[in-house]
Design a protein around this ligand. Structure first.
Ligand SMILES: Nc1ncnc2c1ncn2[C@@H]1O[C@H](COP(=O)(O)OP(=O)(O)OP(=O)(O)O)[C@@H](O)[C@H]1O
Length: 562
C-alpha cells in the first residue's frame, strides 16, 4: 500500500515535467537556435515519459493486488457469515439471490478498488502538482483555468442520483435472473419443468427478466454517455479559453511567454483529467454504494441461533434428552408446537407418530438447535442445549432424513464428510454395517463413483443407507431418524431395517416412525397431533388405551404393513 502510494506521488510530480520542458523548448532552445539544448530538452522529455510509463505499469500491478485481495477477503467474510446463518434464513432466502450477492454484487465493487480508489488518489496529487505549477507560472491565467472547473460538478450531481437508482434496480434484476437459473437448471428443477412441460413458460419468464436487465444496462450506459459528452465539451473549450486569456495577457501586459501559454494548454488538460475523474468517481462511488448497501444487508443480518459467550463444551454425553414445556413457532404468531414435555433415557428409542403436519419433524429440529424454542427448554444430560457450544452439541447428534442430501462427488468423499480422517477400513466397515458395501462394490468405479447432483444416480433406499453409513462414521450418541413415508420394495426395506440395527444400538434415538416394525421396537411412543403430544406409552399400552394411537394404528400402520 505504501509502495502504491509512492508510485502515485512520483507519477503526479513527474507528469508536469514534459510540459515544463516543452515551454523551455519554445521559450529558450528555439529562440536561441540552440540545437544542443533542443536535443537535451527533448531527450529529457522522452526519458521522463518512459519512466512515467514504467512506474504506471508497476502501479497497476500493485493496484490489482490490493483490489483483488479486498474482494477475496470480502467474499470469504460473506461466505463465512452466511454459513453461520440459521436454517430459517435459508428457508426464506432464494438460492439465486445468495449466489448473486456473492458473485454479482461483490464482483461489482471490484472496480471501486481497482480504478476508483487509485484514480481518486492520483487525481488529487495530479491536481495539486499541476495547479501549483500553473500558479507559479502565471496566477491570473491559473485563476481563469480553475474558474472553469465548477462547470463539471453540476451535471455530475444529477447523473449520479439517476445512476444509483438504476444500479440498484439492475442488481436486484440480476439476482432474479441468477435465481431463475439456479432454481431451474438443476436436476430437481428440470424434473418438475419437464414433467409439467413448463419449458416455454420458464423460458418466457427468463426472457422477460433478461430483457429488463438489458434495458436497465442500456439506460445506465446512455446516461453515462450524455454525462461524458458534457464533460468532453468542457474539456474542449478549456484550451480555447486559455489561448484567448493568455493571448490578452501577453499582448496587454507581456507577463507570460508563448511557451508559457503552450505549457498552460498542455497542463490544463492534465487538470481537467483529474476533475473529470473526480466526476466519474462521484458517479462510480454512488453506483458502488448501491452494491455495498446490498452486501451489508446480508452482512448485517444476525443469526437467530447464536452461541453464548461462555458456552459449555460437552466432550461426552450419556444421551438423556428432556423437553420441558416447549413451545415453538416458525412465524412468531402461530404455535407449531405447544407445551411439549417428554424424556428419553440414555439408550432408549423413542418413536414420534402422528398425522402429517402435526409437528414431528419440527420436534427433531429443536434438539440440534436448527431452530430455537420460543418458550420452555430442551436439556441434554440436564444441560440446556442453548448453554452448550453449537459444535459440541451437534457433534453428539446424527440425523438421517428422508431426503438424503449428497454432494455431487464420489461416494467416498460423501462418506468422509462425516469424518475427514476416517480410514478406508473404517469406511468399509460402516458401509458393511449399513448394508450398502456390496452395492457400492458392484458399481464399476466402486467407492469412487460420482453420485450426481443431490445423489440422483442412486435410488432412495441406497441414498438412505449411504446416509446411515455416513452417520455411523460420525458415531454420535444420539440419533434422529426420519423413516421414509413412501413404500420401499421389500428388499430395500429389509436392508434399511438391517442397517438401522447398528445405528440405533446403544444410542439414544428419536425416530419419526411410519413402519409398524419400528414402532413396536420403540421403548416409548409419543403421539403428536396438532403440535401437542396427546398420548405417550408403549405400543401395547397405547393400544389398550383405545385412543388416538389405536385409530392411527388401525387406519395407517396396520394397512401399510398388511
Ligand atoms: N420452515 C417452515 N416455515 C414455516 N412453517 C413450517 C416450516 N416447516 C414446517 N412448517 C409447518 O409446521 C407444521 C409442522 O410441520 P412438520 O414438518 O413438523 O410436520 P410433520 O409432523 O413432520 O409432518 P410430516 O409427517 O408430513 O413430515 C406444518 O404445518 C408445516 O406446514
Amino acid at each position: 500500500m505504501i509502495v502504491l502510494f509512492m508510485t502515485v506521488i512520483s507519477t503526479s510530480i513527474l507528469g508536469v515535467v514534459p510540459s515544463i520542458l516543452t515551454k523551455n523548448v519554445i521559450d529558450i532552445a528555439l529562440p536561441q537556435k540552440n540545437l544542443k539544448l533542443l536535443v537535451t530538452y527533448i531527450f529529457l522529455s522522452f526519458a521522463t515519459t518512459l519512466l512515467l510509463n514504467i512506474i504506471a505499469v508497476r502501479q497497476s500491478y500493485l493496484n490489482s493486488i490490493v483490489s483483488k485481495s479486498i474482494i477475496r477477503d470480502l467474499r470469504s467474510i460473506m461466505y463465512n457469515h452466511l454459513e453461520h446463518m440459521s436454517i430459517s434464513f435459508f428457508s426464506n432466502a432464494k438460492t439465486g439471490e445468495i449466489t448473486s450477492r456473492i458473485n454479482n454484487d461483490i464482483g461489482g465493487i471490484e472496480s471501486v478498488f481497482s480504478n476508483t480508489f487509485i484514480q481518486l488518489l492520483s487525481g488529487i496529487f495530479v491536481f495539486l502538482t499541476t495547479a501549483a505549477t500553473l500558479f507559479y507560472t502565471n496566477w491570473m491565467l491559473a485563476i481563469v483555468s480553475l474558474l472553469t472547473l465548477p462547470l463539471f460538478v453540476i451535471p455530475t450531481r444529477k447523473v449520479g442520483k439517476k445512476r444509483w437508482e438504476i444500479a440498484l434496480k439492475t442488481q436486484s434484476k440480476l439476482a432474479e435472473l441468477t435465481n431463475i437459473i439456479t432454481e431451474t437448471l438443476n436436476i430437481s428443477g428440470m424434473f418438475l419443468i419437464k414433467l409439467f412441460t413448463k419449458e416455454k413458460e420458464k423460458y418466457r419468464e427468463f426472457e422477460k427478466v433478461n430483457n429488463e436487465v438489458t434495458q436497465l444496462q442500456i439506460r445506465a450506459t446512455i446516461i453515462g454517455r450524455w454525462f461524458f459528452m458534457t464533460i468532453q465539451t468542457f474539456i474542449a473549450i478549456g484550451p480555447m479559453l486559455i489561448y484567448l486569456v493568455g493571448g490578452i495577457i501577453l499582448i496587454r501586459y507581456n507577463t507570460i511567454t508563448i511557451g508559457g501559454i503552450v505549457m498552460f494548454v498542455s497542463l490544463v488538460s492534465r487538470l481537467y483529467g483529474p476533475v473529470s475523474t473526480f466526476s466519474n468517481i462521484h458517479v462510480d462511488i454512488i453506483r458502488s454504494l448501491a452494491l455495498f448497501e446490498r452486501i451489508f444487508q446480508y452482512l448485517d443480518l444476525k443469526s437467530e441461533i447464536y452461541e453464548k459467550e461462555n458456552s459449555i463444551v460437552v466432550n461426552s454425553v450419556k444421551g438423556n434428552i428432556k423437553f420441558k414445556h416447549v413451545y415453538f413457532s416458525y412465524d412468531g404468531f402461530h404455535d407449531t408446537l405447544k407445551d411439549i414435555n417428554f424424556e428419553i433415557k440414555p439408550g432408549q428409542m423413542a418413536a414420534l407418530v402422528g398425522p402429517s403436519g402435526a409437528g414431528k419433524t419440527t420436534i427433531t429440529y429443536l434438539l440440534p438447535r436448527l431452530y430455537d424454542v420460543k418458550m420452555g427448554g430442551i436439556f441434554l444430560d440436564g444441560i440446556d442445549v442453548r448453554d452448550i457450544s453449537l459444535s459440541s452439541l451437534r457433534s453428539h447428534i446424527g440425523m438421517v432424513t428422508q431426503d438424503t442430501y449428497l454432494f455431487n462427488t464420489t461416494i467416498k468423499e460423501n462418506l468422509l464428510f462425516a469424518r475427514q480422517n476416517a480410514t478406508d477400513e473404517e469406511i468399509i466397515s460402516a458401509c458393511k454395517a449399513a448394508y450398502i458395501h456390496d452395492f457400492i462394490e458392484s458399481l464399476p468405479n466402486g467407492y469412487d463413483t460420482i453420485v450426481g447432483d443431490r445423489g440422483i444416480k442412486l435410488s432412495g433406499g441406497e441414498k438412505q443407507r449411504i446416509s446411515i453409513a455416513r452417520t455411523l462414521l460420525k458415531d454420535p450418541k444420539i440419533i434422529i431418524f426420519d423413516e421414509a413415508t413412501s413404500a420401499l420394495d421389500s428388499n430395500s426395506e429389509f436392508y434399511i431395517q438391517k442397517a438401522l440395527e447398528p445405528l440405533l444400538k446403544s444410542r439414544t434415538s428419536l425416530v419419526i416412525a411410519h413402519r409398524l416394525s419400528t414402532i413396536i421396537a420403540a421403548d416409548v411412543i409419543f403421539v403428536v397431533v396438532n403440535g401437542e403430544i396427546v398420548e405417550k406409552g408403549s405400543h401395547e399400552e397405547l393400544l389398550k388405551k383405545g385412543g388416538i394411537y389405536k385409530d392411527l394404528y388401525n387406519t395407517q400402520f396396520k394397512i401399510k404393513n398388511a
